[in-house]
Write a new protein. Structure first.
Length: 111
């Protein structure tokens, strides 16, 4: 199997596992978060502004530390949703960086 085929298969399995695993929110919502994290939807998605702000922080500025939350909610369903959102945004950002890196290695102009 070529390295490109392995790479494509890995990306597909990773994306499917993030989107198709049972969770608090459905696959469409997680896809919107993943795409927002990968900078594919910046500003044009259907996510609430406070969620979009959190996703942008996770995807682009994670080195600054965990985002602060104005309301400290301790219920389990909120924590589960926040975890799902963080995973989807992180995977989206990682895949975006991987695509750009692969394009650079192949001498292509990244999007």
């Amino acid at each position: 199997m070529s390295s490109t085929a392995r790479y494509d298969a890995f990306v597909q399995r990773l994306t499917q596992s993030v989107l198709d695993t049972l969770g608090m929110r459905g696959p469409r919502w997680r896809r919107a978060v993943l795409e927002r994290g990968s900078a594919r939807l910046s500003g044009r998605d259907a996510l609430a502004p406070e969620l979009a702000s959190y996703i942008d922080k996770v995807a682009r500025h994670a080195y600054q530390g965990p985002p602060t939350q104005s309301s400290r909610r301790s219920d389990t369903s909120f924590a589960d949703m926040l975890f799902e959102m963080t995973v989807a945004a992180t995977v989206g950002a990682a895949l975006h960086r991987l695509e750009r890196g692969m394009a650079a290695l192949c001498g292509e102009e990244p999007d």
